[in-house]
Design a protein around this ligand. Structure first.
Ligand code: GLP
Length: 250
């Protein structure tokens, strides 16, 4: 695991955008695994800038997103499809037909999950999987549980995730209670994982992910078993990791 510590959110985002850009330059038809949440927004802005100034093209890139709220249409302004359109896809030269987000409105959610796994497998899994980190150590919407779930699945969101995401909705009551999420199988099958984190609120989760035991109680801890993980955090999010004496690159 390579850990980069940046001064703040802006510097973290810049490094993350550079790492993703390097992947696209190296392999123009790569498969990018993409994430939502507030953390990647400036990373996506960096990619948009590089695309607009001609440094980067996403014409041949394919993407697979981690998750979607169950019950939200892609046109709902809090759906993850909508987020991706607004924060990235509408501003770059990617072919929208090559972008994939689980369908939150699928009548048969279990079948949608199975199909999503088959789709990601048919694309050969992600060359680079971008991840944010939940305050409780979740990745995608893989919540703390008694076991790791390998396949894409429907998950009941924990109260802490509902509370954390309530800021994006009119009220906590409006936050969907379930989501469709890639399991740890597709995430671990990615050739490289890039996890980004910012702010003190992520310090505990980042510490448990990097220094704690590998346990489904902190789903991100499974990344300790992945051969190519790059973590980019800011000083606040990495404070406990540094305190524990883990070597970071600056
Ligand atoms: C959400 C998403 C995750 C994201 C996480 C952190 O629930 N499902 O993919 O990484 O929460 O969000 P944020 O970046 O806003 O802290």
């Amino acid at each position: 695991m390579r850990i980069y510590m940046e001064a703040d959110y802006a510097a973290m985002s810049k490094r993350a955008a550079n790492i993703i850009a390097a992947e696209v330059i190296k392999k123009p038809d790569c498969v990018l695994g993409l994430a939502t949440g507030s953390t990647p927004i400036a990373t996506y802005k960096g990619l948009i800038e590089k695309c607009k100034n001609g440094e980067l093209s996403f014409k041949e890139v394919k993407s697979v997103n981690l998750d979607e709220y169950k019950g939200l249409a892609g046109t709902h302004d809090q759906s993850y499809r909508y987020f991706m359109q607004e924060n990235l896809f509408n501003h770059i030269d990617i072919d929208v037909a090559n972008t994939n987000v689980p369908n939150g409105l699928a009548e048969d959610a279990e079948a949608e999950c199975e199909n999503y796994d088959a789709l990601v497998a048919s694309l050969g899994y992600a060359d680079l999987q971008l991840l944010g980190l939940g305050n409780n150590g979740h990745i995608g919407f893989n919540e703390p549980d008694a076991h790791f779930t390998k396949a894409t699945h429907v998950v009941d969101l924990t109260q802490s995730t509902i509370d954390a995401n309530a800021r994006f909705f009119a009220s906590a009551d409006d936050v969907p209670r379930q989501a469709l999420t890639m399991g740890v199988g597709c995430i671990m099958a990615a050739r490289r994982v890039l996890l980004i984190a910012s702010g003190e609120a992520k310090a505990d989760a980042l510490y448990k992910m990097i220094c704690g035991p590998i346990t489904p109680d902190c789903p991100a801890s499974i990344l300790q078993l992945h051969p190519d993980v790059v973590v980019v955090g800011d000083t606040a999010s990495l404070s406990k990791v540094v305190e524990a004496g883990v070597k970071v690159c600056e």
